[in-house]
Structures are given as structure tokens and as C-alpha cells.
Design a protein around this ligand. Structure first.
Ligand code: FPP
Length: 224
């Protein structure tokens, strides 16, 4: 049985789900938040120590302003209403990505990170304004500036995921098979599962099936 320490998820399909069921993409994002909560619970039950969720990419700024505002409002309300509960459950929240949002959201994100920084049940890495190419270029620029050797260990020191073990398993919902600039370095040896269901329809049973299939895989890491 493979150990499972870190799961990364591309929560795709909110927009399509929302349009199909409620004639509104934003309704899909709202429904997607319920899935986020149940997947966090299941991850804890399954003793997963890190859960990385792709909530907003550097490319998502190209969406209509109305949708972007809706997503950030949803996130603000989530932080305002749920952070005490997350803290009580001993959950650590970390943001990966560049925090250049509104002053209000930046404050909320910083305070969520600070408040939960010592928690140890599970670490939720929320990828926000995250892009893997930008992350890698920034890391290499920092190494160049410091005249440090460009090697694996040094690059990892400057990634958002410094000190976080690489994901063992990456799941993308929404019936699309691509990585979309997500954790390109960190996913080098992850097992990847593409799920047909849209994120709001993805349930505990689907998650447990993937976890079980992952655990029974033969992982070689280049060996035979
Ligand atoms: C991708 O679906 C999803 C997003 C860009 C946003 C993810 C946000 C949530 C799950 C809810 C908010 C989360 C938190 C943590 C507050 P899409 O819109 O690209 O779907 P589509 O491919 O059907 O258009």
C-alpha cells in the first residue's frame, strides 16, 4: 500500500455545472465550495497531511470581472465565517501564489495563515493567483541574484512549496486532461487521476475510490 501524505486537486468544472443546473457559472462556484468542505473532512479522516487546492490561477484573471469578483467574495466570506472553525479543527492554512488582491482579502489571507500557523492536523495549501511557470522563473531569478548554484535543492528553497513534500496524488475533476500550469515542478512523480465528474458533483465516494486505487498502484520512481 502506498503511503498518502499529500493530495493536490484541480477543482475543475464549476462553471459548466453551474450553467447546466442553475443557468449561472457563479452558482457552480458556490456549489464547489461545499465539495471543498467535504473533501477537507475526508482528507482528515484518511490521515492526509497536506491538501493543495487550485482555487485561482494566474490565467483566471482573463475571466469576466463579474466572475472574478464573485470568486473573491466567496473566498472572503469563507475566511470570515469558517476560519475559527478550521482553527478549532487544528487545520493549518497556507496560501501559495502571489498575494496581490484587495487590501481586505490580503489582510484576511494573512490573518488566516498567521492564526493557523501552528496547527498540525492537516495543512491546506490554497493556490491563489498561482502559476507554476511564474513560480519557477521567480525562483531561478532569486538564485541568479544571490549567485547561488542552480540545482534541485536550491530551486525548491524558493518555491511557494518550500518545506512541503511533493504531492503523491493529483486529481483533476471536470473531464479535462491537462495540468493548466499547476505545480509543474512538484508533480514530477505524482500519480495523476482525471475524473469525469464536475467538481460540485465530486463526492466522498469518488474521492475514496481514487485514494484506494492510488494506494494499490505500483510506484517505481524510475526503478523497475
Ligand atoms: C474551475 O472551474 C474552478 C475555479 C477557477 C475556482 C475554484 C473555486 C472553488 C471550488 C470555490 C471557491 C473555493 C474556495 C476555497 C473559497 P471552472 O470555472 O474553470 O469550470 P469550467 O471549466 O466548467 O468553466
Amino acid at each position: 500500500m502506498n503511503p498518502l501524505n499529500h493530495v493536490a486537486i484541480i477543482m475543475d468544472g464549476n462553471g459548466r455545472w453551474g450553467l447546466k443546473h442553475k443557468n449561472s457559472r457563479n452558482a457552480g462556484h458556490k456549489a464547489g465550495l461545499n465539495t471543498v468542505e467535504s473533501i477537507i473532512k475526508q482528507s482528515i479522516k484518511n490521515k492526509i497531511k497536506y491538501l493543495t487546492l487550485f482555487a485561482f490561477s494566474t490565467e483566471n484573471w482573463k475571466r469576466p470581472k463579474k466572475e472574478i469578483n464573485y470568486l473573491f467574495n466567496l473566498l472572503e466570506n469563507f475566511l470570515i465565517n469558517k476560519i475559527d472553525d478550521l482553527h478549532k479543527q487544528n487545520i493549518k492554512v497556507k496560501i501559495i501564489g502571489s498575494k496581490n488582491f484587495s487590501k481586505k482579502l490580503n489582510l484576511l489571507l494573512n490573518s488566516a495563515e498567521k492564526k493557523t500557523s501552528k496547527n498540525s492536523k492537516i495543512q491546506i495549501n490554497l493556490a491563489l493567483n498561482y502559476g507554476a511557470k511564474f513560480e519557477l522563473i521567480s525562483a531561478i531569478k532569486k538564485l541568479q541574484k544571490n549567485k547561488d548554484k542552480i540545482d534541485e535543492k536550491n530551486i525548491e528553497k524558493f518555491l511557494y512549496t518550500k518545506n512541503i513534500p511533493d504531492p503523491d496524488l493529483m486529481i483533476r475533476t471536470g473531464n479535462t486532461k491537462r495540468l493548466s500550469n499547476f505545480l509543474l515542478w512538484q508533480l514530477a512523480y505524482a500519480e495523476i487521476f482525471f475524473e469525469k465528474k464536475m467538481w460540485p458533483d465530486f463526492n466522498d465516494k469518488d474521492y475514496l475510490k481514487i485514494i484506494n486505487d492510488y494506494k494499490n498502484l505500483k510506484r517505481n520512481f524510475g526503478k523497475i
